[in-house]
Design a protein around this ligand. Structure first.
Ligand code: AHG
Ligand code: MN
Ligand code: MN
Length: 333
């Protein structure tokens, strides 16, 4: 039984930055994950967790009570460790500056970006949901600015997610493979359960909200038809639950492509570059896959705003390459 803490210490040489600060950061992520896990597990028993807050968040979406709870728990937990200097969350318009006790945050080096609760529409119906996190080293030397948050995804030093599913699993990468740790809820410890995760050779699944089919670019429509054609490897199985974390986790383990394209109603796509696509793209590449917006590597995109959206495709390299080839005829019919 190998715990997450022991694993980080034993693999400290793989991390270019301070092990102590990484342990502190993980300790706050683990604590917040356990608090959210506890609430998720009793969601059906208490009205304080199920349902909406009545607020429309910065994304223009109905904020759920658990979105709000997860956001607050993560911010509080990250603030208290004195290693994070700035946080941006899908649930809040502006970034948050963390000050150290002397009112000077220059010693804290990490910038954290969060989707505190991914898959909100699944909270009330017992379908897996998650938390996605992405970490950078600050660029500024004294005062935190927007530029500290608008870094290309390839500059991430750590990314991961927690999936609250049939079990609760924390999956992360520091740029040296992808590792998964399952929570034993009886003692509150994460144990290594998925060493060195990579996409399997066999291509099996495609995941897309096909309800939007009529609105998709022609290249996406052609790719869907390709997935459905019969040949020695196809048709692929269609699987889509509407939680990026859940859909991605399954596809990385079983072999599949996830697609959220732009379409008539969302010309820039729906998913958020900084909170969702960059961290999942980093994990995808570390698991031997590829992540693209249809033409460009996600991790190379220079962000221009905090809540920027992008079309998003990730999965095994061959599947993503095939989709990109179809996208070269990327026009609406
Ligand atoms: P969030 O709950 O953080 O707003 O994210 C929802 C995202 C993502 O998790 C999921 O893959 C996608 O929205 C589902 O969108 P559709 O319902 O449009 O398919
Ligand atoms: Mn999300
Ligand atoms: Mn969310």
């Amino acid at each position: 039984m190998y715990t997450l803490g022991e694993f980080i210490i034993d693999n400290k040489d793989r991390f270019l930055y301070s092990t102590e600060s990484l342990l502190r950061l993980f300790s706050s992520i683990k604590l917040a994950a356990k608090a959210i896990n506890k609430e998720v597990n009793k969601a059906g028993l208490t009205k304080t967790i199920i349902g909406s807050t009545g607020i429309i968040n910065i994304q223009g979406e109905k904020q759920q009570k658990l979105d709000n709870y997860a956001h607050k728990v993560f911010i509080e937990s990250l603030k208290s460790r004195n290693v994070v200097c700035g946080i941006a969350s899908e649930e809040e318009k502006d970034f948050i500056i963390i000050k150290e006790k002397n009112d000077n945050c220059s010693k804290n080096e990490y910038i954290v970006l969060l989707d505190p609760l991914d898959g909100s529409s699944n909270i009330d119906v017992n379908v897996p949901i998650g938390t996605i996190f992405s970490v950078y080293i600050r660029k500024s030397s004294v005062n935190i600015t927007l530029e500290d948050f608008l870094q290309e995804g390839y500059r991430q030093i750590l990314a991961g997610y927690i999936i609250y599913g049939s079990s609760t699993i924390l999956v992360y990468t520091i740029g040296n493979g992808v590792y998964g740790f399952t929570l034993d809820p009886t003692i509150g410890t994460f144990y290594l359960s998925h060493p060195n995760i990579s996409f399997p050779k066999k291509e099996k699944i495609y995941s897309i909200n096909e309800g939007n089919y009529d609105k998709f670019p022609i290249g996406i429509k052609h790719f869907i038809k390709y997935c459905q054609e019969t040949n020695e490897n196809r048709p692929y199985t269609a699987r889509y639950i509407g939680s990026l974390v859940g859909d991605f986790h399954r596809n990385m383990i079983q072999g599949g492509i996830y697609i959220y394209p732009n379409h008539y109603d969302c010309p820039h796509g729906k998913l958020r570059l900084l909170y969702e696509c960059n961290p999942i793209a980093f994990l995808t590449e570390q698991a031997g896959g590829k992540a693209s917006d249809g033409t460009t590597r996600i991790l190379n995109i220079k962000p221009s705003s905090l809540h920027q959206r992008t079309p998003f495709i990730c999965g095994p390299i061959n599947m993503v390459n095939k989709l990109e080839a179809f996208m070269k005829t990327n026009y609406y019919e």
